[in-house]
Design a protein around this ligand. Structure first.
Ligand SMILES: Nc1ccn([C@@H]2O[C@H](COP(=O)(O)OP(=O)(O)OP(=O)(O)O)[C@@H](O)[C@H]2O)c(=O)n1
Ligand SMILES: C/C(=C\CO)CCC[C@H](C)CCC[C@H](C)CCCC(C)C
Length: 304
């Protein structure tokens, strides 16, 4: 399925495979043309090749060094996620942030920073599994705490509304499951995962923050949601999606025709915003409806 999505959206031309990626400026281990010595110095992830041999751009076989390198990246990203939660727990404890706001900022930042961290992983065919391990670990933490088998106060405080551990088994659990799904299915080569996560993390997160503050004018078909919340979701979700796609394009993971991409992303943002505004939250959580609707619409709109 991944191959299908990637190849249809971003056809691999032989020319493209030979083009060195701009991401090599930032992440030299991604350079397919770097010779063995340089690749080895840059990253133990580099496969052993003859001097000057060109490698396929995106997927290279995993070697022992590559696995070790990706394991290091996984530990780093896991540590980043843990640190983020500790920071917000601390800010809440010191009463610098309200618990509700802290929770929404964790919602916005954890997924987006996870997305930003993907290029750190190598180009091997195993890299996505290492990245997906990060939400998997968080998924287990949520399950263990949600089922009250453990009590991590920091996690409960920074992720729940009022400190009820069972809440971890709903929104936050769906959220990390979607992060895992996007890493495994779409990974870095398809705009579908990037846009869906931008809408779930950035768009949905900002709708709550702005809507609670300025949302006096309610949406006629849903008195729990406001125009201010939905408009901010549309604008912020769109901008974050474009920003993330730009980040991935300058690193060479996606090649986009911006004239076509911008209206398509705008359409996905609009549909995701409409879905979020519907009075269906009791039936299906926003952390499921928003990313799944975005994926479905992005699949068809980016499909040439
Ligand atoms: N389009 C939106 C979305 C949210 N809100 C505001 O944000 C609050 C929370 O919305 P929502 O996220 O849908 O509620 P919950 O599902 O209860 O919270 P969470 O997603 O944080 O679990 C709403 O009550 C409303 O004040 C809004 O005004 N307009
Ligand atoms: C409050 C949340 C959702 C409710 O709508 C967000 C829950 C966040 C997770 C418990 C933690 C997720 C951590 C990420 C998988 C890793 C982030 C790494 C990054 C480098 C900071």
């Amino acid at each position: 399925m991944t191959t299908l999505l990637s190849s249809r959206l971003l056809p691999f031309s032989p020319e493209r495979r030979r083009t060195p990626s701009p991401s090599t400026t930032f992440f030299p281990w991604n350079n397919p043309t770097t010779n063995y010595t340089v690749r080895f110095l840059c990253s133990p992830a580099a496969p052993r090749v003859r001097l000057g041999q060109r490698l396929p751009r995106f997927v290279v076989p995993a070697t022992a060094e590559d696995l070790l390198y990706n394991a290091g990246a996984t530990v780093g990203v896991l540590g980043g996620g843990y640190a983020l939660m500790r920071v917000f727990d601390d800010l809440t404890r010191r009463k610098i942030l309200r618990q509700g706001l802290s929770r929404k900022l964790v919602h916005i930042l954890s997924g987006l920073l996870f997305l930003v961290s993907w290029p750190i992983f190598s180009n091997s065919n195993k890299a996505r599994y290492f990245a997906a391990f990060v939400p998997l670990v968080n998924c287990l933490r949520l399950l263990v705490n949600g089922l009250s088998l453990a009590s991590d106060e920091g996690l409960i405080k920074s992720v729940t509304r009022e400190g009820d551990p069972q809440e971890l088994l709903r929104g936050p659990l769906y959220y990390v499951t979607i992060l895992m799904l996007c890493a495994l299915v779409f990974w870095r080569e398809s705009p579908i995962g990037v846009v869906s996560l931008a809408m779930m993390c950035g768009g949905d997160g900002i709708a709550d923050i702005i809507g609670r503050r300025y949302g006096s004018m309610k949406i006629p078909y849903n008195p729990k949601k406001s125009f201010a919340g939905s408009i901010s979701m549309l604008v912020f979700g769109f901008l974050v999606s474009i920003g993330m796609l730009y980040y991935y394009s300058i690193l060479g993971h996606v090649q986009l025709d911006w004239g076509n991409t911008v209206p398509r992303v705008a359409f996905v943002s609009l549909v995701a915003t409409l879905v979020e505004s519907l009075p269906i939250t009791e039936v299906v959580d926003d952390n499921i409806s928003v990313p799944l609707a975005s994926m479905a619409v992005a699949f068809f709109t980016f499909h040439d």
